[in-house]
Design a protein around this ligand. Structure first.
Ligand code: AMP
Length: 684
């Protein structure tokens, strides 16, 4: 099948017209080049370019037709140089890699399992990617022989792992992506033919199709759509945000808005398919990690996304807690560890006491709006400023393509500056009119000065978490770094200074969370498992009016937990309670969860109605209501549909929603431009 696909691909390659374009880079190089190609055959092509490479140089390329559809990708080498370009010979061509990748054999599968697994009870099949509110099964205890993989659904990358007792003494193994790496980019590209590209392929297409490529979806998943918040957030996304069904954030593709929940579902489906290919068996069960600082609605959205991907979730576990499990498994001693989890889009900080198989989170906190992407934004702005300075230009409003190139260059520069003291950024043909290359040098010193406020933001959070739990930094036995952003030397220095010790090198920051999730999955499937004692990350309460928030369950409450709200006689008939989550005394500044509605609360004299909020160990909320003394149940519904603006208006004392503090991102030149480009820029 693979061969057939390739020969079909070759046939299509031969049909490429002379107006086809090529997106290419020299292997090992870090910038992309977009040029025209001519004389395309199944063997090779001529690339019209002034950025030629020396003969025999290997290239990675992607071919597109004039409508911008990706037709082929692969590896080629330079065979000759010519006037205004170079000839390339295809070494390995795959056309329409999305189709081909489905039939590609998985890399290095593990040995087959001794006994065929019985058919797995699956999550009910989801029929579409659209947001629906399915009736979810309760999180269940699985049969003993089920494979439960661990999935770290990251802002930037997603990583899956599993435990095979026959390999590596029960240590977790990473499930490689289709292209062999340990992670897949958490990205989706929607092409104009209705096809969806996931992972690396979506990442490869981002430069050409920034408006149709979703990244950073985890920052928006589950959040309730509000135009003001969207305006705030738009500055950080190169694709247009829109309101998806169910008041969700989504990507606006013109003819439809696809929710971030559906985007996460596609990524999870790809992870599941990759795992099935790799493990050579059906995979229907997972432990999925989320940032500790995720709200209830965000957790619920991840669970719904898993459901759409036909995965049954056996545990939703906080990322730092999963990392602590990986650490504890590797070390096996008693310790109080601080987990510094700084990824692509979020920062979490937790203190975990580990004893035997018991993991007790004693303090936790975080910020869902600071991560590696913010370092990229700062660097992208800085690179642009340097370019303008060097060219003597006042202003340049970059196109989405230029922004995508700047962002990619910024990310590479950031990574390079983790190991070297300066980096030359080169973007050929960056400006077209007048035609200019971009060539600037960024030093680590410049980078650190520019991004110091981001590091400081994480230090402030961590100090607050320690203070709230009355823990002194010297009481921490070990510090564990998790997430790619902890590779930044300034981050490592800041952590070392705060704790007066060098962070542990015992676990791999990129894989620890997936490893921990896989260990948990394995232990759940074996009918046992470590004891995880987690905390409620954010206060849950209700609004009296839009400006007043009354906490009901306070943050750092040990999970599972239950609290009850009581309502006296005169109110009754219909009870309506909007619930929010967050720490602001101002309800509108917190995250809206839902409105609890008790339709018919007619009570006898002196009776009172009670609404019970229960949080399970996954931090998912269940609500019921009853008459106080008799315990007679009252019918309760959760309204998540009504527009939040209407709810706030009804609550009174409302003059338009201010952006919650958490959404106030550092504004960079790039974020300003993006905001403007999509017409959402808010005048301050
Ligand atoms: P994660 O969410 O853990 O996959 O982290 C991804 C983030 O880590 C992205 O923003 C990456 O750019 C960043 N990252 C990965 N490697 C490095 C590195 N060597 N130096 C700095 N940042 C990195």
């Amino acid at each position: 099948m693979y061969d057939a696909a390739v020969s079909e691909n070759r046939r299509r390659a031969e049909r490429l017209s002379s107006s086809a374009r090529i997106l290419w880079k020299r292997q090992g190089d870090d910038f992309l080049q977009l040029d025209r190609v001519r004389d395309v055959s199944a063997q090779g092509a001529f690339v019209v370019s002034d950025a030629v490479s020396e003969p025999d140089a290997a290239l990675e390329f992607e071919l597109h037709d004039e409508a911008g559809r990706a037709l082929a990708s692969g590896v080629a080498k330079v065979v000759r140089l010519g006037d205004g370009g170079m000839g390339i010979a295809f070494l390995d061509v795959t056309i329409d890699a999305a189709e081909v990748s489905q039939s590609m054999p998985p890399p290095r599968p593990p040995p087959p399992l001794p006994a065929a697994a019985p058919p797995l009870p699956t999550a009910p099949a989801a029929t579409s990617d659209e947001w629906v509110a399915p009736q979810l099964e309760p999180l269940s205890v699985p049969p003993l022989d089920r494979v439960i993989i661990g999935i770290d659904l990251g802002t930037t990358n997603t990583c899956a792992a599993w435990v095979d007792e026959r390999v590596g003494e029960g240590r977790p193994q990473i499930i490689p992506g289709r292209t062999g790496g340990n992670t897949i980019p958490t990205m989706i590209n929607f092409d104009t033919d209705g096809r969806i590209h996931v992972g690396q392929r979506a990442a490869d297409r981002q430069i050409l199709y920034p408006r149709r490529t979703v990244y950073g979806s985890k920052r928006l998943i589950g959040r309730t759509w509000q135009p003001e918040l969207a305006a705030e957030a738009q500055g950080h996304f190169a694709y247009p945000l829109g309101e998806a069904e169910g008041q969700r954030f989504g990507i606006d593709l013109g003819d439809q808005v696809v929710s971030m929940d559906a985007v996460a579902a596609r990524v999870l489906r790809e992870v599941r398919a990759t795992a099935e290919d790799f493990l050579q068996r059906e995979v229907r069960s997972a432990v999925i990690t989320v940032p500790a600082y995720f709200s209830e609605v965000q957790r619920e959205a991840v669970r719904r996304a898993a459901f759409m991907a036909e995965l049954t979730v056996h545990r939703i576990v906080n990322e730092p807690t999963a990392a602590a499990v990986a650490y504890g498994h590797a070390r096996g001693e008693e310790a109080r560890v601080a987990v510094w989890d700084f990824g692509g889009g979020t920062f979490d900080f937790s203190v975990v006491d580990i004893r035997d198989e018991r993991y007790e989170v004693v303090a936790t906190g975080g910020d869902n709006f600071v991560g590696g992407a913010d370092f990229d934004d700062e660097l992208a702005s800085m690179i642009l400023e340097r370019f303008l300075e060097a060219e003597g230009l006042e202003e340049l409003e970059p196109t989405p393509q230029q922004i995508a190139r700047l962002r990619e260059a910024a990310e590479l520069t950031k990574r390079a500056l983790s190991v070297q003291s300066e980096f030359d950024v080169r973007l050929t043909d960056f400006a077209r009119e007048p035609k200019r290359d971009l060539s600037v040098t960024i030093t680590r010193e410049d980078f650190e000065a520019r991004t110091a406020p981001l590091v400081e933001r994480t230090l402030t959070i961590a100090r607050g978490v320690l203070l709230s739990a009355s823990i002194l930094p010297e009481e921490i036995d070990d510090v564990v770094l998790v997430g790619g952003t902890t590779r930044i030397p300034a981050v490592q220095r800041a952590v070392a200074e705060l704790f007066g010790r060098r962070p542990s090198k015992r676990i791999n920051p990129d894989e620890a969370v997936a490893h921990g999730a896989a260990l948990l999955g394995h232990e759940i499937s074996a009918g046992e498992g470590p004891v995880l004692l987690d905390l409620l990350p954010m206060t849950v309460g209700h609004a009296i009016d839009a400006r007043r928030f009354v906490p009901v369950v306070k943050r750092n409450e040990r999970l599972p937990c239950v609290e009850v709200l009581t309502f006296g006689g005169d109110l009754l008939g219909r009870i309506q309670v909007p619930l929010f989550q967050g720490e602001s005394p101002d309800a509108a500044q917190n995250e809206y969860l839902c409105t609890v509605v008790v339709e018919d609360a007619r009570l006898r004299d002196g009776e009172r109605a009670q609404i019970r909020l229960s949080f399970d160990e996954h931090c998912l909320m269940a609500i019921d209501a009853f008459v106080e003394r008799s315990g007679k149940p009252l019918e309760v519904t959760l309204d998540r549909e009504r527009p939040l603006e209407d709810i706030l208006q009804d609550l009174g004392a409302f003059d338009g929603p201010p952006a919650p503090e958490a959404w106030q991102l550092p504004e960079t030149r790039i974020s300003k431009v993006l905001g403007k480009l999509f017409g959402f820029f808010r005048k301050k």
